[in-house]
Write a protein that binds this ligand. Structure first.
Ligand SMILES: [Zn+2]
Length: 98
């Protein structure tokens, strides 16, 4: 068994198709350490390498820093009434419909 350099080994792995690119054609290399790279990891459902989530967090910080934070109001938010308020509301409803 001849000794192979890393480059030769990489070439060999490529040649015999060990990498099995899913989805057909050769995939683009991931742009590690960028927001885009993190997205690529997620898209491929593989664990993110250390620089990628960092870049993603930085990107998201940047995004949220640019915009004023507006608290999201949930329109379906439940309103809890006291017993009296509920009674008053029921009375108002009855009174209004008849
Ligand atoms: Zn990465």
């Amino acid at each position: 068994m001849p000794e192979l350099t890393d480059a030769q080994l990489d070439q060999l792995i490529k040649d015999i198709g060990l990498k099995r690119p899913r989805g057909g054609s050769q995939r683009k290399p991931i742009a590690h350490g960028t927001f885009k790279g993190a997205r690529q990891h997620r898209y491929r459902q593989e664990p993110l390498c250390p620089p990628c989530p960092e870049a993603e967090n930085a990107y998201q910080r940047e995004q949220s820093a640019g915009k004023p934070r507006r608290p999201k109001k949930d329109p379906k938010e439940k309103v809890y009434l006291t017993e009296e308020e509920w009674q008053a509301r029921q009375a108002a409803r009855k009174g209004g419909s008849q």
